[in-house]
Design a protein. Structure first.
Length: 374
């Protein structure tokens, strides 16, 4: 009943005229450019904003006279077969990166709808909700794999991840493990994952799209995660474990859940509440840049890098100082010796985030701060 009421309220609130939708999209894209973003993954879905909203968003990529960050669109609608998946893609009228994103296997920890193996610590008997069965999810991944496109889901709880991993097994049994791996499927969030689950994600080359600010906002002692999961919260958002197992991982904001502030997201990786899951600033930076393009299966393998031959897409930042920052001072994963020429990044322990001065996409300026011209 609560879920149906929430969905109805959200859909009603988003029945907006075209002019309002465009104004909100322009505002969001402008804020992104002002904070150094040259592209955004748009996680559209029938229950989020509908096809019309998706089409308006994708149209910014070809809009004349307004230079905006690129939209990398996904569509979160369930497919039951290869034929239905192809029909869905044809009906959209927009080229999408995949049938993935906000296709929910489960809900969220805040609302206690993320599906858990054991009950919520602060709500006896509650274990969340599974919105899709492993069989439904498996048919979806099999269909996407046959088409060679990304499939994927919103999945947060460990029971939700169990269903997603079983879906991978079912899809592999139907179409072959190699096809499943080649499709480069993408799971959003994956906040509660044990070592065995991490290994399964690596086996199937599933990209995890994670949000470091979730840990910064809710992972601290006494925070929402601990309230909901108790001692289980310590192993949440296992960034270092993903890297160690070879799981492809990219980082984002899940805006508007957390703000479009990339350097605070990098800092959250350095300051993870579980010291064993901290990663270096360099690894976090790559997770926010090059990895994002690869997660979207961008055609140019050089995207997200400042090297000869790469697209001229970058941001210019005003930083107080530069340094090499590692997750654990006892273990230097990147050399701090200047002679090693390890690229320096803004110091993130000063209490002040770098300020974006300029954002450029494919050689076209998206944003320029007045301070850059003064």
């Amino acid at each position: 009943m609560k879920r149906a009421a929430h969905t109805a309220a959200r859909q009603e609130a988003r029945r907006l005229p075209e002019a309002s939708l465009l104004a909100y999209q322009r505002r969001a894209l402008t804020e992104a450019a002002e904070n150094g973003y040259v592209a955004l993954a748009e996680m559209a879905a029938p229950h989020i904003g509908g096809v019309y909203d998706l089409r308006l968003a994708a149209a910014w990529n070809t809009a004349a006279g307004e230079a905006m960050p690129e939209i990398l669109p996904y569509w979160g609608e369930l497919a039951t077969s290869e034929e239905q998946a192809r029909a869905l893609l044809d009906e959209l009228g927009v080229s999408v990166r995949g049938l993935a994103g906000d296709l929910n296997i489960d809900g969220s920890l805040g609302s206690r709808t993320a599906a858990l193996r054991a009950g919520y610590s602060d709500a006896v008997g509650e274990r969340g909700c599974l919105y899709l069965s492993a069989e439904q999810a498996g048919a979806h991944l099999a269909a996407c794999s046959l088409l060679g496109i990304q499939g994927g889901f919103h999945v947060i709880g460990d029971a939700g991840l169990d269903a997603a991993l079983e879906a991978l097994e079912l899809a592999a049994a139907e179409v072959g493990e190699q096809r499943v791996r080649a499709a480069g499927h993408r799971f959003e969030h994956v906040e509660v994952a044990d070592p065995k689950s991490v290994q399964q994600l690596a086996r199937y080359s599933v990209t995890v799209s994670a949000q470091p600010r979730f840990d910064a906002d809710w992972g601290k002692e006494g925070g929402m995660y601990e309230q909901r999961l108790g001692s289980r919260s310590r192993s949440m958002n296992p960034f270092a474990s993903f890297y160690a197992a070879g799981v492809p991982i990219c980082f984002g904001s899940d805006s508007p859940v957390t703000p479009l502030r990339p350097w605070s997201s990098v800092r959250a990786c350095l300051e993870h509440h579980n010291h064993a899951e901290r990663i270096s600033a360099r690894a976090a930076f790559l997770g926010h840049t090059r990895a994002g393009w690869r997660a979207a299966k961008h055609h140019n393998p050089m995207a997200g890098q400042l090297v000869p031959g790469a697209p001229a897409s970058f941001a210019v930042w005003d930083a107080e100082e530069l340094m090499v920052q590692v997750a654990d001072g006892r273990v230097q994963s990147w050399s701090t010796d200047p002679r090693a020429r390890t690229p320096l990044l803004p110091a993130l322990d000063t209490g002040v985030d770098p300020v974006c001065l300029q954002t450029v996409k494919d050689g076209v300026e998206l944003y320029s701060s007045p301070a850059l011209r003064s």
